[in-house]
Design a protein around this ligand. Structure first.
Ligand SMILES: NC(=O)c1ccc[n+]([C@@H]2O[C@H](COP(=O)([O-])OP(=O)(O)OC[C@H]3O[C@@H](n4cnc5c(N)ncnc54)[C@H](OP(=O)(O)O)[C@@H]3O)[C@@H](O)[C@H]2O)c1
Length: 257
C-alpha cells in the first residue's frame, strides 16, 4: 500500500462495502492512508475485503450493518468511535436497484429502495455528523460525507422510477445537509456515477437490451470503477475544504442526450 497518504490519520466508514463500488471505494481510501471500516449485511464478505486491504499493507476493519435497520446505525457508530476512533469520512454507498416499471412496481420494492437509498443514507449521515461534532472532528476541518448518488439523480433511467426518485432525493438531501452543517465545517457532497458493471446491474448488461443500451452511450462502453477514484478522493480529502452541497457527475458522458 503506497503513494497518496492525504487521508492519513482519518477513520473512513463505507456502507455497502461487501462488493462492487463500496469495496472499491474502501480500497481507494485505504491506499490514501485512511483506516477504513467496511460495513454491509454480509459480514463474511466485508471480512474478506478488509482482510485483503490489511494483507496489502492498509488498515481495515469489518462490521455488520443493515442501513435499513435504523436502530443498528447509532450503536455501530458508537462502537466504531470507541474501538477504532471517531469517523471523519463517511461514504454513504449502500444501495439497491429498486427494479420495477411504474405499472408493475410493488409497495415492498418501492419501500426497499427508499429504506436503503434514502432513509439509510440520511440516518448514517446523522450518526456521522453527530459524532464529528461531538468528537471535535468537524472542528479540525476534516469532516466529510460523500453520498453515492447516481446519474439517476438528474437523468431518467428508463424503467427505474423508484431508483431515480430515491437518487434524486439523495441529491437534495446532500444539499440540505450541506447547508445545515456548513457552520460545523462538515462537507457534504454527492458523487453521481454513470454505469459501472457490478451485481446491481450485471444481469441487465448480460441481456441484448443491456448491450444495446451500452451501444447507445456516447463512448459505447461502460465505465470502470477506478474512473471514480479522483472524484472520491477530492470529496473525501483536504481538497473539499470549500466544496460542499455539490453533485459531482462522473459518467463518461452517459447522461448526455
Ligand atoms: N454500478 C453502477 O453502475 C452504479 C452507478 C451509479 C450509482 N451506483 C450506486 O453505487 C452504490 C453501490 O452500488 P454497486 O454498483 O456497487 O452495487 P452492488 O455491487 O449491488 O453493491 C451494493 C452494496 O450495497 C449493500 N447493501 C444493499 N442493501 C443494504 C442494506 N440494507 N444495508 C447495508 N448494505 C446494503 C450490499 O451489501 P450486502 O448485500 O452485503 O448488505 C452491497 O455491498 C449504490 O448506491 C448504487 O446505487 C452504482
Amino acid at each position: 500500500m503506497v503513494a497518496d497518504q492525504s487521508l492519513q490519520g482519518k477513520v473512513a466508514l463505507v456502507t455497502g462495502a461487501s462488493g462492487g463500488l463500496g469495496a472499491h471505494f474502501a480500497r481507494v481510501l485505504a491506499r490514501a492512508g485512511a483506516e477504513v471500516v467496511l460495513t454491509a449485511r454480509r459480514l463474511d464478505r466485508v471480512d474478506a475485503e478488509a482482510g485483503a486491504i490489511n494483507a496489502a499493507g492498509g488498515r481495515a476493519h469489518a462490521r455488520a450493518l443493515d442501513v435499513a435497520h435504523v436502530g443498528e446505525i447509532g450503536p455501530l457508530f458508537d462502537a466504531v468511535a470507541a474501538e477504532i476512533g471517531p469517523v471523519a469520512i463517511l461514504v454513504n454507498n449502500a444501495g439497491v436497484g429498486g427494479e420495477g416499471r411504474a405499472l408493475d412496481i410493488t409497495p415492498e420494492a418501492w419501500d426497499q429502495a427508499f429504506d436503503v437509498n434514502v432513509r439509510g443514507v440520511f440516518f448514517c449521515a446523522q450518526a456521522a455528523a453527530r459524532q464529528m461534532i461531538e468528537r471535535g472532528v468537524a472542528e479540525e476541518g476534516g469532516a466529510r460525507i460523500v453520498n453515492i448518488a447516481s446519474i439517476a439523480s438528474h437523468t431518467v433511467l428508463p424503467g427505474l422510477p423508484a431508483y431515480c426518485a430515491s437518487k434524486a432525493a439523495v441529491a437534495m438531501l446532500t444539499k440540505s445537509l450541506a447547508r445545515e452543517w456548513a457552520r460545523h465545517g462538515i462537507a457534504v457532497n454527492a458523487l453521481c456515477p454513470g454505469y459501472v458493471e457490478t451485481d446491481i446491474n450485471g444481469a441487465w448488461f448480460a441481456t441484448e437490451a443491456g448491450q444495446r443500451q451500452i451501444k447507445g452511450f456516447p463512448r459505447r462502453r461502460l465505465m470502470e470503477a477506478d474512473d471514480l477514484d479522483a472524484a472520491l478522493l477530492m470529496l473525501a480529502g483536504p481538497a473539499a475544504r470549500a466544496i460542499t452541497g455539490t453533485l459531482v457527475t462522473i459518467d463518461d458522458g452517459q447522461s448526455l442526450p
